[in-house]
Design a protein around this ligand. Structure first.
Ligand SMILES: [Zn+2]
Length: 359
């Protein structure tokens, strides 16, 4: 199976380089909109008037032009032209480029990108050595930061032949998770801090006059915090999941419906934490596929909290406020969440064996 992995880095173009990037954004947007207009005209549909003036296309690298044409044709094969959107001129921008030796070249701390030489690139994680990306995408965020995502083909490692290192994780507030060894991982401070800051700002912006100068400024500030905290979160989760797969062969988690959980609980902080945990599971899952390891998802309705991890007794009268599990049958007493993590581990281990026996 083909596996693709994308690496995202921040780039810091100079004023002149920014202008050249902006130019490519304008040209690709214009090109897309013109293709879409052409399609709609064929079907005798109304089209909005073109942006003016028309950009100068001479500086557009052929590989980028080719990519717009290809992605337009691809999209048109899957959707009706009517349902497609024109690309608006908002503060964001982006383009994708097939990678040719001439379109991307790294020479630290710079990279030549789409015909623009020597753009500063921040390699906060190691660059996959000696490999050529399949393609790359340059994007600009709302707050004017530039990023490049490079897509690589990777060969997955063969499955671990006799997995010995198992771990169970229980997702339980106020911790990020509690594992079957009784370790508790706290939420990283930055996550809690960003929740508090964004909340405060949302309150102050709600009191402001809409569309005023200060309102715009505040909106930008909020967008910046969002972007920053998302970048921090991704970085943290990357390191955490790498660490876990370095130490374990099979990790068992609950198969939670976090989207549904966010919908029913209205707390903003709760939603942020659920989002982080969802990303955590995503990262664990794709990294497992690459490393030949296994992520087992224990069914949502498995009674991991109510079951005694020592004798298997199900205590249906256990209330949510009881922090210690006391088994009426065997007398075992254990922290509620650790008991749940052990149950998730044991259920996951059984499921893993079952699947393996049928391979
Ligand atoms: Zn028991």
């Amino acid at each position: 199976m083909a596996h693709y992995l994308s690496y995202k880095y921040r780039i810091c173009p100079s004023t002149e380089q920014k202008e050249r990037l902006e130019n490519i954004f304008v040209q690709t947007r214009y090109l897309w909109n013109r293709l879409l207009s052409g399609e709609l005209k064929k079907e005798k549909k109304k089209v909005p008037s073109e942006e003016s003036p028309e950009p100068d296309f001479t500086g557009l690298p052929p590989s980028i032009r080719e990519n717009v044409l290809k992605s337009f044709r691809f999209t048109l094969n899957h959707h009706e032209a009517e349902t497609l959107h024109f690309h608006r001129d908002d503060k964001r921008g982006g383009f994708t480029c097939y990678s040719e030796p001439s379109s991307f070249r790294l020479h630290e701390p710079f990279a030549d990108i789409a015909g623009i030489p020597n753009i500063l690139i921040i390699l906060h994680r190691e660059f996959p050595e000696k490999r050529r990306p399949i393609n790359f995408t340059v994007t600009k965020t709302k707050t004017g930061e530039y990023y490049i995502s490079l897509l690589f083909y990777v060969t997955p490692e063969p499955p671990v032949s006799s997995p010995k290192r198992f771990l169970g994780l229980d997702y339980s507030m106020p911790y990020f998770f509690i594992d079957s060894l009784g370790r508790r991982l706290k939420y990283p401070n930055f996550l809690e801090e960003s929740v508090v800051r964004i909340k405060k700002m949302e309150i102050s912006i709600s009191r402001m006059k809409k569309n005023g100068k200060n309102y715009e400024k505040k909106r930008m500030q909020i967008a910046r915090i969002y972007e920053h905290s998302a970048a921090q979160r991704r970085d943290y989760l990357q390191r955490l999941t790498t660490y876990l797969w370095e130490h374990y062969d099979v990790i068992c988690v609950e198969d939670l419906d976090l989207i549904e959980m966010s919908r029913t609980r209205k707390s903003y902080a709760r939603n942020v934490y659920n989002q982080a945990y969802r990303e955590f599971i995503e990262y664990l899952s794709y990294k497992a596929a690459l490393k030949g390891k296994t992520l087992v998802k224990v069914p949502r309705y498995y009674p991991s909290s109510k079951r005694c991890s020592n004798c298997g007794h199900i205590n249906n009268s256990l209330s949510i406020t009881e922090r210690t599990y006391r088994c009426p049958r065997c007398g075992m007493s254990m922290d509620r969440d650790v008991n749940a993590a052990i149950n998730i581990l044991e259920k996951g281990r059984a499921m893993f064996r079952h699947v393996k026996d049928f391979r």
